[in-house]
Each structure stands twice: as structure tokens, then as C-alpha cells.
Design a protein. Structure first.
Length: 75
């Protein structure tokens, strides 16, 4: 889980999301949903994340931020 997070430091910063031990799993699930990969399939997720970042990093950041904020408002 979260094997690719170390590569996303700037993405999280742009999305204004602070990664903690408590929220890593939730963020991981959101990212899996964004890229359409079954949860906990880290290699496939990272492959899709890299592709999405190359195509439209700002769009990915916006989706991540939106997914995180929607999750926060449900709590």
C-alpha cells in the first residue's frame, strides 16, 4: 500500500493535502478510484498515475483535491 506516495510529494503539496499515517489508506483508496484500479494493486495504480500525470498533472491534482475534500465533508 502507498508504495508510490514518495513520488507524489509535489502532487500532494499542489493539492494542499498533508499525508499522515492516519490518512494514507484513505488517500490511497481515492487515488485508486481516480485511476480506476482495484484497491491495493499498487503497481497497476502507479502505472496509471504516471500516465495521468504525464497527460494532465493539473487535472489529476484537481481530481485528488476534490476527492479528498468530498471525503472530508462526508465525515
Amino acid at each position: 500500500m502507498t508504495c508510490y506516495f514518495r513520488h507524489l510529494v509535489n502532487v500532494f503539496k499542489k493539492a494542499q493535502i498533508q499525508v499522515t499515517l492516519q490518512n494514507k489508506a484513505e488517500l490511497d483508496e481515492i487515488i485508486h478510484r481516480i485511476v480506476g484500479v482495484k484497491y491495493k494493486d499498487c503497481p497497476a495504480t502507479w502505472k496509471q498515475v504516471k500516465k495521468r500525470l504525464a497527460e494532465n498533472e493539473d487535472g489529476f491534482v484537481a481530481e485528488l483535491k476534490n476527492g479528498w475534500n468530498q471525503r472530508q465533508t462526508r465525515d
